[in-house]
Design a protein around this ligand. Structure first.
Ligand code: PRP
Ligand code: URA
Length: 208
């Protein structure tokens, strides 16, 4: 699946503010949620529609509405939570799942500590949310978890990625489309995206 980079001017502008090390926690949080909503708006462009009719106060109108396909938003904790918050403004009845993972600081391997998904995840269009796709270890672990739970129509939304992370996800889950706001240059020796925006979870929650 080709990786999609959404270069809408509003997304790129908000991303420029997120990257800025002087952006305070409060702004970082609201910008992350807004940017996620804008990304989801684009990523949901191909959701199926069905024809219907409604009575307006004047006459009957032929309308098109979402074809009743159910959505699931799945956050990789912690940082994915802020993406859920922004995207729920667009699709308030989506169900929400949580996958708890953190990177071991030495090995950078993902460590799993929690998982709770909608029981009917197999019937839902699923958006896996994590702002940072670095080595790709966390995303692959979360996608494995979703596959084990029966999810088969999954997209990964990340604000920033390193080429290494994209390649890792593509190799492990070639059927999963990846949607990004930007693809950065590389990882540094600590597994951080360069130039990146730093540690997303710490910047969202002020735990630097
Ligand atoms: C960050 C980020 C991703 C992961 C990406 O989370 O939110 O989940 O790192 O790195 P990877 O692609 O190399 O796996 P972190 O492990 O720092 O946990 P946190 O969100 O709880 O701080
Ligand atoms: N996780 C982050 O939050 N930032 C990075 O640059 C890499 C992993």
């Amino acid at each position: 699946m080709p990786t999609q980079i959404i270069d809408h001017p509003l997304i790129q502008h908000k991303l420029s503010l997120l990257r800025d090390a002087t952006t305070p926690v409060r702004d970082f949080r609201s910008l992350s949620a807004e940017l996620s909503m804008l990304m989801a708006f684009e990523a949901m462009r191909d959701l199926p529609l069905e024809d219907a009719e409604v009575r307006t106060p004047v006459a009957t109108a032929k309308v098109r509405r979402l074809a009743g396909k159910k959505l699931a938003l799945v956050a990789i904790l912690r940082a994915g939570l802020i993406m859920v918050e922004g995207i729920l403004d667009l699709v308030p009845s989506a169900r929400v799942g949580h996958i708890g993972l953190y990177r071991d600081p030495e090995t950078l391997a993902p460590v799993s500590y929690y998982g709770k998904l909608p029981s009917d995840i197999a019937e839902r269009d699923t958006f896996l949310l994590d702002p940072m796709l670095a080595t790709g270890g966390s995303a692959v672990a979360a996608l494995d978890h979703l596959a084990d739970a029966g999810a088969h129509n999954v997209r990964l939304l990340s604000i920033l990625a390193a080429p290494e992370g994209v390649a890792t996800v593509e190799a492990a889950h070639p059927d999963v489309p990846i949607v990004l706001a930007a693809l950065d240059e590389r990882l540094n020796e600590h597994g951080y995206i360069v130039p990146g925006l730093g540690d997303a979870g710490d910047r969202i929650y002020g735990t630097l």
